[in-house]
Write a protein that binds this ligand. Structure first.
Ligand code: NAD
Length: 699
């Protein structure tokens, strides 16, 4: 379709693999290899089915069962439990209950009655589409190359031209019971057809064996890809480039300036998370002559616009005369205009029983020369929304090259977006976790207390940037937490908190990953021990640099970001009992920690008017998991108290009022309290987590 367009799809079917499988397993296999290539179907889009004869657990007789991808999930990773199973005879009987188009939504309520074998997986809205195609194996995919045909003004003629009678065409119809009946009629009227293109939507293909079905899907898509290659050879995409992309580092610098600002402007209802994409396909589109008119037409496939809203917001910017301040200043008006436009769409299209208007902000922001920002309530959705818009770009590239691209008519788009069944799905979603939508940066995030804190915040739904000077420890913490919580929500940033330029660059990098910042946990640290006479200037300065200056530098960046976003902010310092209580042979450490605590108080004062809270957690004697307690400090403390590690742990426990050991998780719990709304009315405060120590009682 263009220089960025892919070569042909590969046939991944392996008979040797498929031979040993049961029929349901072969369905999983077929789905996984189809879903593994995003050119075949977008994330979560499309579905597959097999009609399989199985023993009925009630009668012991062989019955025909429809195995069809259930509600939710993605073909690439679907397993057996992702499929709904329904009796085919009962599904056929449903036709007798159908009262016509105006009542088609009620048919969804009957589907659970057709469940085979008590399968708890909910049947999706597309179930009748698969049930009524009178073939044993059916694929429904959303391939970019096919949607490019389906979203063209003359898609029927193009389908005929490319595929002849092998692949048919049906006009746009919202998925549901009626479309299932249309598909059945099509198949009965065209017994020789191998598939059908659904206008503005996607592709149905079928076969008598799973392999035949799979290969029909791949061959049909490849035929479309080849046809586009031939038709578009030598033609510039989207009317040609009118804006050249900025160099990569400048694109990211612009993203770092804009994303927190956009995030602040659209996070009035919920905190939004951002994703940045400056891939070749995006840059080609945003730099093209036809960017504005094509973007205004909106997306076509229902999956595309459910994820990306009816249309994106195009940010006016000319990289030849880059005035980022002017762009930033114009964002407030641009986002307000978008919301007004969206409210107009809602008012024009709503029905008396439509659900209330949802968040009116754009999901997709396109910027010439820079790329695309997407925002959603969680990071995975923000990323996936971006991927969907890339699908839409691919569709527009193909369609606009060979015909006239058309988005879905506004009313049809609205009827899907505000479908009562869609609303019911949203209402069933679990309540968001307490830190959903929040971004936290934890310095010293690869250390004992830092990592425990990251885990605590991730468990509450936050996205976490681990910032640390220790690259190896950082890589392993990032790997561990990515495995436990998913790669979308954790990012590593190598950073020395004492270096001004590095801190500034590190925060900018973090901001491009998630779109902004809500929580700074300033925790990086060391410990040192020496009598005053033996304290070198270097040792003194090292403590001051990391524990005092380092805390100043990261707080200053966080404050700058918070003030851009204008949605409050939260800073938690991890200081020490030693910042309140003097301790023998540790004057440099104690003094630096005391400075840290006082810095927190000053910042609490400065930030309050902007709803920026600053609080302190003071740990004491957290031996387990801490790197501090693995090195010199351990030996020095042990020698000061004339004991060893076990003896020290015991000594600290006995020294505490509660006679208990303190663990990294205990510190993390206090940090979470300050980082969350549970402490919304607290700033300038200190919590000691030291199992009780009269010396450090605050007053
Ligand atoms: P830790 O050594 O396990 O973690 C500290 C982390 O900070 C390490 O990963 C280290 O690489 C990182 N770090 C050090 N210098 C840095 C720099 N210049 N820039 C960026 N990162 C840097 O120790 P921990 O016990 O988890 O300590 C965390 C915090 O808790 C420290 O501020 C420490 O002073 C404080 N604290 C700990 C205890 C305790 O008993 N463990 C007691 C009181 C206070």
């Amino acid at each position: 379709m263009s220089g960025t367009a892919p070569a042909r799809l590969q046939n991944l079917w392996d008979d040797a693999k498929a031979a040993g499988m049961t029929e349901p397993e072969r369905l999983v296999y077929r789905s996984n290899i189809l879903g593994s290539d995003k050119r075949v179907t977008n994330y979560g889009g499309g579905n597959t089915s097999s009609k399989i004869f199985q023993k009925d657990p009630l009668t012991g007789e062989d019955v025909e069962v429809l195995w069809v991808k259930g509600s939710g999930g993605d073909s690439a990773s679907i397993k057996l439990d992702g499929f709904a199973t329904l009796y085919m005879d009962k599904l056929r009987a449903l036709k007798g209950l159908y009262r016509g188009l105006a009542h088609e939504d009620e048919m969804v309520g009957y589907l659970p009655h057709a469940t085979f074998n008590l399968n708890p997986r909910a049947a999706s809205i597309d179930t009748p589409l698969h049930a009524y195609v009178p073939h044993a194996f059916v694929d429904h995919m959303h391939p970019d190359a096919i949607i490019a045909i389906a979203a063209s003004k003359d898609s029927k003629a193009l389908t005929q031209q490319i595929f002849g009678d092998e692949i048919g065409w049906l006009p746009w119809k919202r998925p549901g019971f009626e479309l299932g009946l249309w598909l059945e009629k099509f198949c009965l009227d065209n017994p020789g057809a191998k598939g059908v293109i659904l206008e503005s939507h996607g592709l149905f293909t079928w076969g008598d064996t799973p392999r035949e079905c799979y290969e029909q899907t791949i061959d049909t898509i490849n035929k479309a890809i080849a046809w586009f290659e031939e038709k578009t050879a030598g033609k510039p995409a989207f009317g040609g480039q009118v804006v050249a992309p900025l160099p990569a580092d400048e694109r990211r610098a612009v993203a770092a300036r804009l994303m927190p600002k956009i995030r602040g402007l659209i996070s009035n209802e919920f905190k939004m998370l951002g994703h940045f994409d400056d891939s070749a396909a995006v840059l080609e589109f945003v730099g093209s002559r036809d960017l504005k008119p094509l973007a205004a037409l909106g997306t076509s496939c229902p999956d595309h616009f459910l994820r990306t809203k009816i249309r994106p917001l195009v940010i006016a910017f000319d990289p030849a005369k880059p005035d980022i301040d002017a762009v930033v200043a114009g964002l407030e008006q641009a986002t307000a205009d978008y919301r007004a436009d969206y409210a107009g769409y809602y008012d024009r299209c709503k029905h008396p029983d439509s659900p209330a208007i949802r968040d009116a902000n754009a999901v997709v922001y396109l910027m010439p020369g820079v790329g695309m920002f997407t925002f959603a309530k969680d990071k995975a959705t923000a990323r996936i929304s971006g991927e969907f818009y890339v699908n839409a770009i691919n569709v527009m590239r193909g369609s606009s090259a060979v015909s006239t691209y058309q988005g879905l008519p506004e009313q049809e788009a609205f009827d899907i977006e505000y479908w009562l069944l869609e609303e019911a799905k949203l209402q069933r979603m679990p309540k968001p976790k307490s830190l959903a939508g929040h971004v936290a940066l934890v310095t010293g995030g690869a250390g004992g207390i830092g990592k425990a804190t990251a885990v605590r915040l991730l468990r509450e739904g936050a996205c976490v940037v681990l910032a640390d000077i220790d690259e190896a420890a950082l890589a392993s913490a990032n790997e561990e937490l990515g495995k436990a919580f998913g790669k979308d929500v954790v990012r590593p940033v190598t950073l020395n908190v004492t270096e001004e330029a590095v801190v500034i660059a590190g925060f900018a990098k973090a901001v491009v990953e998630f779109g902004g910042l809500d929580i700074l946990v300033s925790n990086a640290g060391i410990a040192s021990s020496a009598p005053i006479e033996d304290t070198s200037l270097e040792l003194w300065n090292r403590n001051m640099d990391i524990l005092s200056t380092g805390y100043f530098l990261v707080s200053r960046e966080a404050f700058r970001l918070f003030r851009q976003q204008k949605i409050g902010g939260n800073v938690v310092f991890v200081a020490s009992k030693n910042g309140l209580a003097a301790s023998p042979n540790a004057s440099a450490y104690c003094t630096a920690k005391a400075a840290e605590i006082h810095l927190a108080r000053c910042l609490a004062l400065e930030g309050a008017a902007a709803q920026i809270r600053v609080n302190v957690v003071n740990p004491d004697a957290v031996l387990r998991g801490s790197k501090i307690w693995a090195g010199e400090w351990l030996e020095q403390r042990a020698s000061t108290y004339k004991t060893d590690k076990d003896g020290l742990e015991e000594m600290y426990r006995e020294r505490s009022l509660l006679k208990r050991s303190v663990f990294p998780e205990d510190i993390a719990e206090a940090i979470y309290f300050f980082a969350s709304d549970a402490s919304a009315k607290s700033t300038g405060n200190i919590i000691n987590v030291d199992a009780g120590n009269a010396q450090s009682f605050t007053r």
